[in-house]
Write a protein that binds this ligand. Sequence first.
Ligand SMILES: [Zn+2]
Length: 436
Amino acid sequence: MLYHATSISGSSVAVVVVLLRIGVDDTDSVSGMCTTYVAAVAERRLLALGCEKHELSRLIRLNPNCPFKTRGNAALSLHFKVSDTQVEKAVETVLQTVEEFYEKGFAETQPGVVVYRGEDVPDEWKMFALRTVREIVGLDEAVELAEKHGAEVYRFNGGRGVIGALAAIALPLENPTYEAIAYRVRSNWGTMRRVDPSSVLELHRSGLSFDSYDPETGEIRITPHTPCPVLAGVRATSPENALKGLSMVRFHEEVEYVTVFATNQATDMHYIPSRIPLLKPFQNVVVEGRVVGRPFLKKGGHVFFRVGDEDGEIVCAAYRQTRGLRRVVQQLVEGDVVKVMGAVKEKPEGLTLNIEKIEVLRLAEQVVTRPPLCQKCGRRMESLGLNKGFRCGRCGEKLPPEARVKTVVPRQLRAGVYEAAVSARRHLTKPLSLCR
Ligand SMILES: [Zn+2]
């Protein structure tokens, strides 16, 4: 708690200011609403009450490889300085906002709110929060941990959102990115978003933001496709650039409210370095190994290849929507040393790693073998089958299998990091443009 001495009409009165951290999650459904909007409304109402922002509200993306997620799997938190006489009113305001806006009538929409008063977030919570980004955690554990350190827990319709609410308060954010979001007035919800596409292209070219436009598909990436209250969101590496970027976009409709969130988007925070025998479904991992065999194409334009290390092998997949990444993967040859990053999925044929990024560390020599030329008549000989040697079709001369001609083919592929198309990228995955 912070103590401020305030002077009212000459006499000194001590006002106790409480640092209030409130996490909110799981207010949306597949059909609408958006937890960022619920948080934005709560934020605006707290400001109207006279509460002061301690730090930016946070938009935290949880494990994108979680089977229970609604859409983007976002959890939110608000961090306000509130005088002790107003704490109750502030908490009530947030709870009322959640009650008012959460999507009712969906069993899977289970809002949770966690309220914590204090400067320092317990270390145990930070560890828990990191796990919510990387693996699957349980509701009981979240409730127990929250209450253990004196937080108040509020559950609606089951309250699985307590997991994300606690994570949003506690997640360590050392190098956050930022997203400025403009919200629509209610009468426009569900209608086409009226955004001038040329202004989004200008934004993209300005370099202020990232992932605002997909040059591979020509798709505008700042507007969602769901009937939710978000008009547009602009991502950047500073809050100033996010807001400046958003102000470049020309909207042909009314904007209700604009706010900027600190986020763990584009941080690669979801990846855990692992080894093939340790991989489990729902994890997001980084694995190093050698390419085994040749990449192969499957129906639908998906490209698969196998990667092995000393202890095992896993099938990696570059799906059609990763676009250009497939061209990279198709050029891999046996023996290439790679680092693959992606989501582990359980498939009928075994575990598969859906790759989001690949780093080609070392290129193997690509050798092709051909039959030799006949030493008598100069004609290209024919193979008699695997390890059976060669025969000349003109003069009948024979040569043993060792006579095969090996040619080293220059590789087109270069060592380096490659990524999936912008439109296939997960919120948490860091674009290469931010890695330079
Ligand atoms: Zn011959």
